[in-house]
Write a protein that binds this ligand. Structure first.
Ligand code: SF4
Length: 210
């Protein structure tokens, strides 16, 4: 089995284990911390063996990719992020920002920092660049290729796929969601968790496929 397939399998198992726990929202929060630690360790290992041709340019405060039209996320990532936003007391402000016509991610501060960098979706962690000038021309713009280092992207996207696989196996709705409409939701997060953990889909307005 390839390392990528093994990552997917292990994350699927960890997600199923999380569902078996009593305090599931807390369990997912712990799971995401563990995924980040694991991803950083795997990336370091790859970097030591097969270093990228040029350094990665990404860091907190570098934001061209935060202007991408869609950031795809899974329901537990969405719920975890909404939990953190609510905990910090920003839920209403973020929801209003998501409804506004201002370009870019509603979590970007006016100074150009992700206000929830530590809790950002897996896709935000997956995305990176070897050429910041290419990013400035527009991430996701047709015809503009942003060079990446494949192991970095693969590790996070396999984690996201593993999460989806494990939770779908347990009958939970694992629709692909879009970050901005997720942030525009006004329903309390505890209720969203409840609906989702009971097999419902509280994210119909935030689905990528609608
Ligand atoms: S969540 Fe943070 S990193 Fe992701 S697009 Fe929004 S501002 Fe950027």
């Amino acid at each position: 089995m390839s390392l990528e397939a093994e990552i997917e399998r292990q994350v699927a198992l960890a997600a199923i284990e999380t569902l078996a726990g009593q305090d599931r929202p807390r369990g997912f929060s712990d799971l995401f911390l563990l995924l980040e630690e694991t991803a950083v360790g795997l990336i370091e290992r790859h970097r030591a063996e097969f270093p990228p041709p040029t350094p990665l340019h990404c860091k907190d405060g570098c934001t061209p990719c935060c202007f991408t039209k869609h950031i795809v996320m899974t329901p537990p990532e969405a719920l975890f992020l909404l939990d953190m936003i609510e905990l910090c007391g920003f839920r209403l402000a973020v929801s209003q920002e998501a409804h506004s016509s201002r370009k870019g991610c509603p979590l970007l501060s006016k100074k150009g920092h992700c206000r929830f960098y530590a809790h950002r979706p897996l896709m935000c962690r997956a995305f990176h660049s070897l050429d910041v000038e290419a990013c400035k021309k527009g991430v996701g713009v047709p015809g503009n290729e942003v060079p990446i280092w494949p192991p970095h992207f693969e590790i996070y996207t396999r984690m996201q796929a593993g999460l989806a696989r494990g939770l779908m196996e347990k009958g939970l709705a694992m629709t692909k969601l879009d970050l901005r409409p997720v942030l525009a939701l006004e329903t309390p997060t505890a209720l969203l968790w409840d609906i989702w953990l009971n097999g419902g889909d509280p994210f119909t307005t935030a689905r990528m496929d609608q």
